[in-house]
Design a protein around this ligand. Structure first.
Ligand SMILES: C[S@@+](CC[C@H](N)C(=O)[O-])C[C@H]1O[C@@H](n2cnc3c(N)ncnc32)[C@H](O)[C@@H]1O
Length: 198
């Protein structure tokens, strides 16, 4: 019951505030707490669709900044009108180089709210989720500047915990957060890395 209330509250709030998804409030909470995004930053948003994180990021980074989004879904025209936004229909597993995103320099921040489509088979869903997480960590040496910031959604499992523990030393600060707007039954949480070590 409480969970449905939470869902309705954030869903309605997003609708009233013209955000494309309730996920906006997760990024907002993370950013307010850990100061991930700043004006002028170049940011990549992996699994951006429908685009509420892009809407939020576009505003914070301002005219001097740029946000590039990718998703397997067809490009959402609702975000292509924003001046500092570029989006591509691409699968993360096909991305190796910055040039595929039309940029030359690594990003100041890498964001990933990606989630695989779930099957209901717990071990399979956990494996798929961890595959996504591993593919993003694999891109960091090429995609994230030294000193850069990182946010990624993770579905909790023992193997995810073990994997994350081994990645901790990549950042000066490494935090775990379950945002208030996350449904209480959800197994998802966010990992926040600050100050990427080269
Ligand atoms: C929870 S949604 C993102 C919501 C978004 N942050 C927002 O605020 O609107 C997760 C997205 O991850 C995308 N995704 C899942 N697997 C992907 C992959 N292999 N490559 C790119 N995107 C992927 C899905 O298509 C989906 O749109």
């Amino acid at each position: 019951m409480g969970n449905f209330k939470v869902k309705d509250h954030y869903f309605n709030k997003a609708k009233n505030e013209n955000f494309l998804a309730r996920s906006i409030y997760k990024l907002e909470e993370i950013d307010e707490k850990y100061r991930i995004l700043k004006p002028g930053m170049k940011v990549v948003d992996l699994g951006y669709y429908p685009g509420s994180w892009i809407q939020y990021t576009s505003k914070v980074i301002g005219e001097q900044g740029q946000v590039v989004g990718i998703d397997i879904q067809e490009v959402n025209k609702k975000v292509t009108g924003l001046k500092n936004v570029r989006v591509y229909q691409k699968d993360i597993f096909d991305i190796q180089d910055l040039s595929q995103l039309g940029v030359e320099e690594a990003f100041d921040a890498v964001l990933s709210d990606m989630a695989p489509s779930t099957t209901g088979i717990k071990s399979l869903d956990q494996d798929r989720s961890l595959n996504l997480v591993e593919s993003v960590f694999g891109l960091l040496p090429r995609f994230l500047k030294p000193g850069g910031n990182f946010v990624i959604k993770v579905f909790d499992s023992q193997s995810a915990q073990n994997y994350l523990k081994a990645q901790k030393s990549l950042f000066n600060e490494f935090h775990y957060l379950k945002p208030k707007s996350t449904r209480s039954v959800s197994k998802e949480f966010f990992v926040i890395g600050k100050n990427f070590k080269a």
